[in-house]
Write a new protein. Structure first.
Length: 87
């Protein structure tokens, strides 16, 4: 799945990739992990995304710093796709 970054481009809203806070982010501090990418990424809670009508977003499934992998789920309305990014 080497085209993960290109696939993420289609999940942009207002020029930023939208990441939805998941249960995983409660254990792993996703905001701190992505703080250097604030110009490219915006993190929303489920409630905030719902209130804003955001239906095109990324959910973080797992960040494995040792292996250099990020596992994501891309949601676009009713569509769902798993993405693996190797850093």
């Amino acid at each position: 799945m080497g085209s993960g970054v290109l696939e993420l481009e289609s999940s942009k809203t207002n020029g930023k990739i939208i990441i939805l806070e998941t249960e995983y982010c409660q254990d792993f501090d996703c905001e701190t992990y992505f703080q250097d990418y604030q110009d490219q990424i915006q993190i929303f809670s489920m409630e905030d995304a719902f209130m804003r009508g955001i239906t095109n977003y990324i959910e973080i499934e797992k960040i494995d710093e040792e292996k250099g992998q990020i596992l994501l789920s891309q949601r676009k309305g009713d569509e769902y796709k798993e993405i693996e990014i190797n850093l």
